[in-house]
Design a protein around this ligand. Sequence first.
Ligand SMILES: CC(=O)N[C@H](C=O)[C@@H](O)[C@H](O)[C@H](O)COP(=O)(O)O
Length: 241
Amino acid sequence: MTGVPPAPSWTSMPADHARTLLDRLRGGLIVSCQAPPGDPLRDPAHMAAMAASVASTAGVVGIRAQGVDDVRAVRAAVSELPVIGLWKDGAKGVYITPTAEHARAIARAGADVVAVDATSRSRPDGRPLRETVEAVHRASRLLMADVSTVDEGDAAAALGADLVSTTLSGYTAYSRQRDGPDLDLVAELAGRVEVPVVAEGRVGTPAQSRAALDAGAWSVVVGTAITAPAAIAGRFTDALR
Ligand SMILES: CC(=O)N[C@H](C=O)[C@@H](O)[C@H](O)[C@H](O)COP(=O)(O)O
C-alpha cells in the first residue's frame, strides 16, 4: 500500500469516522485473541482478559476476536481499541462470518470492523458476498475481506471491502501453501488494491511482522504466536525432542 487509500465509498458511516478508524490501525499490530474448540481458554472472559492484557502494549492498535460472546466481552474489556470481529461457523469451506446474518450479529455485538470470508468459494447459503458487504455497511461498520489470492482481494475491493487481509492464503486448496506468512501476497495486493492491506496468517516472529509492513501491509495481525499458549509450548517441546 503506497500513499493513503481513498475514503470508503459507502455512506452509512461518516467518511471521516471511517478514515479515523483506518488511520488508527495504520502501522500497528492487531492481536487476534481466539482459542480453539476444546481449549480451556475458550471462554469469553478469558479472551477478554487476554485482549485487555495486550491492549496497553504500545503499538497494539486493535484486537481480532471470534464469536458473538467473545466480541461482546472484548468490546467491554477494551474500550480504547478498535475490535475486528468475526464468527467462525464450522471449520471447513467458508466458515469465517459466512453469511450476512452472521455479519449483522457480529456488528451488533460491538465490532468496529467485521471480518468475512471473501474467497471465491461458494457460500453456505448460496448468497453473494455483495449482500454481506451491504449488510456490514448498513450496520455502519467497516468490512475486512479475508482472502487467499490477489484476484480475490481485487474482487473484494471492487465490491466495497474497506480492508483486504491475507488471512486465508494457505487455507484454500488453490492458494500458495507456505510455512510462514504469505508476504508475496501482501506485496501483490498492496500494488493492486486501493484499500489497506492487512498481513495475517502465520506471522510467527517480530521480524516477520516488520517484514510484512515493509512489504506494504497497513497493519499486521498476529494470533497463534501471541495468544495460543498450547501452540507456543508445542514449538518449544518440538525443539526438545
Ligand atoms: C484460517 C483461519 O481460520 N484464521 C483465523 C482467522 O481469524 C484464525 O484462526 C487465525 O488465528 C488468525 O487468522 C491469525 O492467524 P495466526 O494465528 O496464524 O497468527
